[in-house]
Design a protein around this ligand. Structure first.
Ligand code: C2E
Ligand code: CA
Ligand code: CA
Length: 652
């Protein structure tokens, strides 16, 4: 049925109802199908078109990202008081004019002829339905709504007087962020986390007595404070907070915006000034040497990039500007290609290449990442199908799932759907997640990973060793493989080598395979091989590249592709611990030949005492029938081989 006549009918009915009404399709996309006039008013939109632009036509677009939860999940987790198929709904949002609102009421299950099953939302501005306290219950600071209201009044007063302040002071917006504060909550518990936030609230109040202060969400604060002497005060504050928290990874960072609006310029939404302060703060998130940054125009450019990414994602996918590149992974023991990682590349015809480091965080923050990940998974499935149909040699391909995928969709259901659609053995698709997947709703997500596992997919932990809480992660979930973060090889010194060595050792003890990322030099590769790291991925072997180029690259390098049975054999041999003072070596043993695949330092010393200077020399000797030790060695190996388990037979 045509949507327009249905909408007309719906308007006749719903435009008479008090409050905003919004019909949302009951599907993973949660597409908005209809809104009544009151809903447009609530969001300060003049036309439906404006409303759909503002919300991107999705339920998720109605609210602040932090408040989003799929409607189905909300319905399932509703508390007992509501009737069946009926639940409470509340969230925060910005209207088209940038006004900050708390919106609330209910939503329910329904069917609309022509639209099918829908969620029917009925929403009102919370301020109208009840008065709220002006204070944040955790910190006792102003809540965000009261804060913005007061700052707005202050700005109005300043404008009216055409001078900064009665005292002659100019105020400016500041955004504060505690990086990695989640770690504090994890280490000390939520109660202590709240206590610390309260304490920080008090510190802010005493440092900035005549200012407006709020906690925006979680661990973010906003201030509207006198500009004079600000840097020194902020520096002192950050130091005091860091001392109080006393954990090296958690730091207070500040972004300082400007408020130097000329009288008569177009009035901007008050939140825009704080967005600028946040941009400034974000720009130094990863810079350990800085605690504060001022907003400047180049940051606006990054805002423009952000808008470009959000506006063009769909078009880029449709027109093939987003491509999937493949980076080779090499098995240390055999030198064969044992897999590759699928990585997204955005190559815009005008802007050129946009790095994943720019677009992935934007897509994650705006909760659009699952659209990209679904696209990448489908492209990988199409490639695997193509290889199967053309009898081309294949290796498993790993794909990246973002933690938001687990909130925004059911990744397993999607992957299963694709695997069935393209008839692909599950063996060929590996799932990479970072530990951030396990930060929120830990138990729910552990279950979901377990389900991937039970359905026959290997689940890998990406970027291991990059964050503070890495070790805890392994207690809760048994991953099939760890990918050691490339950051550890970047600073290649005795300390980082120690860390890598102990990760490899621990993984082997736990029966988890290890892959090291970011190997760029022969020195890296030799070190990784000597400690028994099983797989290596990095520029030393090849950058991510289109599939056709990867095929040529393999040919040029003379790499063979690992087969399924080779993988199984390597997997069991790979768990042997080489990091020990006892001499240990792994041999590839066939009836008439034996070759050392890996040998630790102690074994190399044993070789040296028998007059052989290297693994390569030993292997060469074993190939020479006249080598005097050969017969003796083969007999020894044969008896050793018979004494080990079946699956170790190929590589002993
Ligand atoms: P990642 O999953 O850790 O991917 C590995 C990154 O390391 C890739 O960066 C790769 O190009 C880079 N890399 C590999 N070897 C070396 C090396 O030897 N030296 C250096 N300096 N870098 C190396 P890329 O492709 O820029 O991707 C960055 C991140 O963006 C990825 O990190 C991943 O977290 C994310 N990403 C990329 N594609 C996707 C995707 O399709 N979905 C999701 N959710 N995330 C993706
Ligand atoms: Ca990855
Ligand atoms: Ca990684």
């Amino acid at each position: 049925m045509d949507a327009e006549p249905i909408k007309k009918k719906l308007h006749r009915y719903y435009d008479m109802i008090a409050g905003g009404v919004c019909l949302v399709r009951q599907s993973a996309e949660e597409q908005i199908l209809f809104v009544n006039k009151e809903m447009l008013k609530l969001y300060q939109c003049k036309t439906e078109q404006e409303f759909y632009q503002l919300t991107k036509g999705r339920f998720a677009g109605l609210m602040e990202a932090d408040d989003y939860m799929p409607l189905e999940a909300r319905m399932n987790s509703r508390h007992g008081e509501a009737a069946e198929g009926y639940a409470f709904l509340a969230f925060r949002c910005y209207t088209k004019e940038g006004v900050y609102l708390h919106v609330e009421r209910t939503f329910q299950n329904g069917t609309v002829p022509g639209f099918g099953k829908v969620w029917m939302l009925n929403l009102v501005n919370k301020e109208r339905s009840m008065a709220v306290s002006d204070l944040d219950p955790v910190t006792g600071l102003l809540n965000m709504h009261a804060f913005y209201q007061r700052v707005e009044k202050k700005i109005d007063a300043q404008r009216a007087k055409r001078q900064p302040d009665e005292t002659g002071m100019l105020y400016c917006p500041v955004y504060l962020n505690l990086t990695n504060f989640k770690v504090y909550n994890e280490t000390h518990g939520l109660y202590e986390g709240d206590r610390m936030l309260r304490k920080i609230g008090q510190m802010l109040k005493s440092k900035f007595p005549s200012s407006y202060i709020t906690r925006l969400s979680g661990d973010n604060f906003a201030l509207f404070v006198p500009r004079q002497g600000l840097e020194i005060k902020i520096r002192d504050l950050c130091q005091a907070v860091n001392n109080e928290i006393h954990l090296p990874n958690i730091t207070m960072k500040a972004g300082i915006g400007s408020f130097d609006e000329e009288a008569g310029t177009r009035r901007r939404a008050i939140t825009a000034y704080f967005d600028q302060a946040k941009l400034a703060c974000d720009s130094i998130k990863k810079d350990a040497t800085r605690f504060a940054a001022f907003y400047h125009d180049s940051m606006r450019r990054s805002m423009a990039d952000r808008i470009f990414i959000l506006d063009n994602l769909d078009r880029a996918i449709e027109q093939g500007h987003i491509q999937v590149y493949y980076q080779p992974v090499i098995r240390t023991m055999t030198g064969k290609l044992c897999g590759c990682e699928a990585l997204a590349r955005w190559i815009d015809p005008v802007k050129g290449t946009i790095s994943p480091a720019s677009f992935i965080p934007v897509l994650e923050e705006s909760r659009l990442i699952s659209r990209l990940d679904r696209y990448v998974i489908e492209k990988v499935a199409q490639l695997l199908r193509y290889q199967l149909e053309n009898n081309l040699p294949m290796v498993p391909i790993s794909v990246n799932l973002s933690r938001y995928d687990f909130i925004l969709m059911d990744p397993l259901a999607f992957v299963e759907h694709i695997v069935e659609q393209y008839h692909i053995p599950r063996y060929y698709l590996r799932i990479e997640v970072t530990e951030s997947v396990l930060v929120k709703n830990r138990h729910l997500l552990i279950d979901k990973l377990q389900q991937f596992h039970q359905s026959g997919y290997q689940v890998w932990l990406d970027d291991f060793g990059s964050a503070y809480s890495s070790l805890n992660v392994l207690q809760n979930y048994e991953f099939d493989e760890l990918k050691i973060d490339q950051g550890l090889l970047r600073y290649f010194n005795e300390d980082s080598r120690k860390i890598i060595r102990s990760i490899v050792l621990m993984a082997k003890e736990m029966g988890i395979h290890v892959l090291a990322e970011g190997a760029e030099t022969k020195e890296h590769v030799d070190f990784l091989r000597s400690i028994g790291c099983e797989k290596i991925q990095g520029y030393y072997y090849g950058r991510p590249m289109p599939y056709e180029l990867l095929r040529e690259h393999c040919k040029k390098k003379g790499w063979l592709l690992e087969t399924l049975s080779e993988e199984q054999a390597c997997d069991s041999a790979g768990l042997v611990n080489l990091i020990t003072d006892a001499p240990v070596a792994i041999f590839q043993y066939r009836e008439d030949d034996a070759q050392i695949i890996s040998a630790n330092d102690a074994y190399q010393k044993v070789l040296a005492t028998s007059g052989t200077s290297s693994r390569e020399e030993f292997n060469e000797n074993m190939r020479t029938a006249s080598y005097p030790m050969r017969e003796k060695f083969m007999t020894l190996l044969a008896s050793a081989a018979h004494s080990v388990r079946e699956e170790h037979m190929t590589f002993v």
